[in-house]
Design a protein around this ligand. Structure first.
Ligand SMILES: [Zn+2]
Ligand SMILES: [Zn+2]
Length: 415
């Protein structure tokens, strides 16, 4: 009796694991080169680098091929796992008298899998799959046996992985698959998985950069001819420290400048955004989600540099002013931010402070305390500053409180 029959699910899971490993190897090789930064501009060094990682890429190719074989075997096993065992005449006879493990029996040669699959399963795999299957086998053999300087790059391997995923493991989008795989990996097991979400989004961004525009569109739904923005949902999902490094993977469905439905190709969320210019003059962005510019990722209510023409740029420190804005922070400690500007005199500084609280994008701030810095030190300490007073947003409008500050270094700490 044949025992230990594998299930279609087991073949599928084993295939996913192989494909995932191929992905980690390949994206890892590309990201290592990117991390080396300036050195990568050196064409000769880059070529040497790709030469040095050929064994890893060969390994990745083998894994893709194994993953594809396992997926095909899983599909055939769903009809009957015995179909994988080839000719029964070749089976050993001892199975008739004692248990014989499935794993001890010879299975179909890989070269027969596509033919058997297509005889049993509707719809059959198409010509595009046959090309992919052959390409992976051929490239893997070339890379294994090549002694020439012909090198494979991560781009070719990533393309094969994504095509294999789309054809044989399409039950889940690739991004979700990566997250699911990461959830079972070592970092998650030890609870050190804060970086996982941003890492996976980063890997998809890396893959998009490797693909041709046509492949990026077909395989990941990313249109390289269009502007892209950071997805607000992914930004919220990523751990705070890692969020600023997220690649821009959200795009509008049309080029209409009033379009507000931003769709992320990674999490597939559609976010409604505001279309107006970013408050930072050096940013060309005009896609804002709540307070965040999805182009430069800066908080809009922290852009404190107002119209420069308003101020006289005095060259000496005597005219350095510090503006500390404050707001209540939902029951928690009050929040303060400081901003330095140069003004001709106290009167101009006071007018600047008022203008800050008047600015539409700074409406969330309730007070601005103004100091003149007498010595240039980095922390805002009382002994280095002369207090001027503060503006407060009150029921009657903005009120000036001369000589009194809303921000207190001793109570509120450094800003
Ligand atoms: Zn997203
Ligand atoms: Zn911006």
């Amino acid at each position: 009796m044949i025992v230990d029959m594998p299930t279609p699910g087991e073949f599928h899971t084993a295939g996913v694991n192989q494909l995932y490993l191929a992905w980690k190897i390949t994206i890892g090789a590309q990201q290592a080169l990117t991390r080396m930064g300036a050195a990568a501009d050196d064409q000769e060094a880059a070529s040497d680098y790709w030469q040095s990682v050929q064994p890893e890429l060969a390994n990745a190719y083998s894994l893709i091929q194994q993953a594809m074989e396992l997926a095909l075997k899983g599909r055939i096993a769903a009809v009957s796992p015995f179909l994988l065992l080839g000719n029964p005449a070749d089976w050993p006879g001892r199975g008739a008298t004692e248990p014989l493990s499935f794993g001890e029996l010879p299975t179909l040669d890989a070269s027969k899998l596509v033919k058997v699959h297509n005889l049993l399963i509707d719809p059959p795999l198409d010509a595009a799959f046959a090309t992919l299957w052959e390409t992976v086998r051929r490239d893997r053999n070339r890379i294994m046996h090549s002694t020439s300087r012909t090198t494979f790059t991560a781009a070719a391997v990533v393309l094969a992985i994504l095509r294999a995923a789309k054809t044989l493991f399409a039950d889940m989008p690739w991004g979700d698959r990566l997250l699911a795989q990461e959830a079972g990996q070592k970092y998650a097991i030890f609870g050190m998985d804060d970086h996982v979400y941003s890492e996976v989004v980063g890997e998809i961004g890396c893959a998009i950069a490797l693909l041709t525009p046509a492949d990026a569109l077909e395989l990941l739904g990313f249109d390289r001819r269009r502007h892209a923005y950071v997805c607000p949902q992914c930004f919220a999902n990523a751990e705070h420290d890692f969020a600023p490094s997220l690649p821009k993977l959200a795009q509008f469905p049309t080029k209409d400048a009033s379009e507000t439905a931003l769709r992320c190709i990674f999490c597939e969320a559609v976010s409604t955004v505001d279309r107006h210019d970013c408050e930072y003059p050096d940013c060309p962005g005009n896609v804002i989600s709540q307070n965040l510019c999805l182009t430069c990722l800066r908080e809009q209510d922290e852009q404190f540099s107002l119209t420069p023409a308003f101020l006289i740029r005095a060259p000496d420190d005597l005219h350095d002013y510090e503006f500390v804005v404050g707001r209540e922070s939902g029951g928690r400690r009050d929040e303060y931010r400081s901003h330095r500007e140069r003004a001709a005199d106290d009167e101009d500084a006071i007018a600047y402070g008022r203008r800050m609280l008047d600015a539409a994008h700074l409406r969330v701030w309730q007070t601005v305390s103004i100091f003149q810095r007498e010595r240039c030190s980095v922390p805002l300490e009382p002994q280095t500053c002369r207090p001027i007073g503060h503006w407060a947003r009150e029921d009657r409008g903005l009120l000036w409180h001369p000589g009194v500050l809303a921000y207190n270094y001793a109570a509120h700490g450094p800003v």
